[in-house]
Design a protein around this ligand. Structure first.
Ligand SMILES: [Zn+2]
Ligand SMILES: [Zn+2]
Length: 344
């Protein structure tokens, strides 16, 4: 079977791999669609924090597919079922797992990093790591369940957003776009900010979803705050930029008594000046990964047509030329490239 394999930093190849055989406790899933996420792009560059990944490695953790074979001991999945995998496998035994916080498990393993992933035609999975996808949700849409679950966690679990709230989402990458779409679906008044090259594809995509955007490379954010919030600042700011300046910008633009939710990993230590945060009683929260519940929320959001998933999923890149998708992603020429292994 065909697989997209990382062989060296910035080098990926199509290789032929043996089709795996499920154990009695596993199912075999035929991958239909597999998405490219920010962490895949970091792994592709083999950046700091990712050089531990053994290569060659079959990449990919965001995917949807169909069960094609079921191990003898598996009772809750059947051949033909539409599924997605929860790719961050918690250990189930550490303090956080026992404490109902598996997204911050001490010993988690990620499909496509610790083990071979889903950029391939078939993969074996334990049923505990799978979610059923309803018949009326196309697998092309379901391929983004995992990143959407990160957005449902950030908005539904970790933020205070309510309908009518003014919300700023910093960064129109895949997580920013999905956070904005989820907040917009619940009736918040959302604007997404981006920089220079986001103007080519990502901010227009957000506009296509019916959500306002600002390119802070050319527009003064202060004017936007005045206009949209009567100068008091946003009720909630989500930082998905993955850059320390995003946290600083969030704190500058949230209102006193408002909330900042940091979703991206800011990397370098941030020189955040704490005094205005205390004086403004700003709630500084974080959101990391997602849980079983956030996956189910994501699936329901799709089943209810609450967000325009079809516009977000970009299946224009070929499985046979995966480098093009990675390079385009890194250049912000796409937002959520998804490889089609089986076209529906
Ligand atoms: Zn991901
Ligand atoms: Zn654990």
């Amino acid at each position: 079977m065909k697989a997209i394999v990382q062989t060296a930093p910035k080098s990926i190849e199509i290789r032929d791999r043996e089709r795996p055989v499920p154990s009695d406790d596993e199912v075999l899933v035929q991958v239909h669609y597999a998405g490219l996420c920010g962490s895949d792009a970091h792994a592709y560059k083999y950046e700091g924090g990712y050089e531990w990944i053994p290569i060659p490695r079959v990449m990919g953790h965001e995917y949807s597919g169909k069960v094609v074979e079921v191990g003898e001991n598996v009772t809750n999945f059947a051949v033909g079922d539409k599924v997605v995998e929860e790719p961050i496998h918690d250990c189930g035994t550490c303090f956080q797992c026992k404490n109902g916080q598996p997204n911050v498990c001490q010993n988690f393993e990620i499909t496509g990093m610790h083990n071979d992933g889903a950029y391939t035609e078939f993969t074996t999975v334990e049923p505990d790591d799978l979610h059923h996808i309803p018949e009326d949700v196309p697998l092309r849409q379901a391929s983004i369940t995992e990143p959407l679950s990160i957005a449902t966690r950030a908005v539904f679990t970790q933020s205070n957003v309510t309908p009518g709230d003014t919300v700023l989402v910093e960064g129109p990458g895949p997580i920013g776009v999905l956070v904005a779409a989820v907040a917009d679906s619940m009736g918040a008044n959302v604007v997404v900010s981006g920089l220079g090259k986001d103007g080519a594809y990502r901010l227009p995509l957000v506009e296509e979803l019916g959500i306002d955007t600002i390119n802070v490379g050319s527009i003064d954010l202060e004017d936007v705050v005045d206009e949209r919030t009567d100068g008091i600042g946003f009720d909630v700011v989500f930082d998905t930029t993955g850059h320390k300046s995003g946290v600083e910008m969030a704190i500058d633009n949230v209102r006193k008594g408002g909330q900042v939710v940091v979703v991206g990993l800011p990397g370098d230590s941030s020189d955040v000046f704490m005094t205005p945060i205390v004086r403004g009683e700003i709630d500084l929260n974080t959101s990391y990964g997602s849980t079983w519940r956030n996956f189910e929320q994501a699936i329901r959001v799709m089943a209810n047509d609450s967000i325009d998933v079809d516009s977000i999923v970009d299946t224009s890149y070929s499985v046979d030329e995966p480098t093009a998708a990675f390079e385009a992603f890194l250049d912000s020429e796409t937002c959520k490239p998804v490889f089609s292994f089986v076209d529906e």
